[in-house]
Design a protein around this ligand. Sequence first.
Ligand SMILES: [Zn+2]
Length: 286
Amino acid sequence: MKYIYKLKELMKRLIKKARFILTAIFICLALVASNSIQHNQIVANDPSTNQCLVAAVTGCSANAQEPSIPSQPVTEEERFVAAIMPKLKVMPAPGSFEYTLLRSYGAAFINPADDVKLPPKLIFDNEEDTKEFQSQLTLEKVVGTNECYLQKSAADALNKARTQLNIPLKSGYGASDCLRSFATNLRFWHKYANNQTLEKVKEGKETAILGLVAPPGTSQHLWGLAIDLGVFNPQQRQILNQNGWFQTVVKDVPHWTYLGVAAEDLPKLGFKNQVIKGITYWLTPL
Ligand SMILES: [Zn+2]
């Protein structure tokens, strides 16, 4: 009897231990399962995984996190800004004086040639500032003129046009039609306008004057990429256009800007054309 009793006690203990071990195994399995569910939730909440999941519809790629390129064609303004940024460096804030100047005179920044230099800013402060920029330019004389200089590419293109057809300078021969000093720009400004006009231009309240004369330190003539010509017929305009020269300042009839691109490329670069009294002006889309 004593042995039977001991056997029963042993069996009871074994069952207790087995229950404990089974309970421990069950808890362990439950914990592993729970951890696995949490891990799956974390993976599902990962944005990159979600992008891949979404992209799986159209095909998941390694660069799923890169910004997508808009499927719609970019606007004229976006095309123009993208094209001038290599030479402009810093885009002025909309509504600022610099932005107004870029809109009115910034067409030249489109020039893709490496040897054509554009100024680091849209306003030169004084003569010294202007000369420092002009000293970096490779200039060339316009053939048959008296001291009329332009940047070499611009002069070459104009000289070529002038071999094809007679295209006189506005003054007939003079230097003031071509590369100008800060002092000449200032003198011309005071001929047509004053400090009050300048304040109005800065405030965005006056724009018409910009087609007559450039504010001090802002003329395209300071860059060696503009010339005033005595053009009177469509053939002369056609030859100039074919050589990269265009009218870009609305109502400034004698003023020509060297853009160095073909006419058919101008709309692709965002330019808009405006025809006034039979003259086609190519304007920035700003
Ligand atoms: Zn001019």
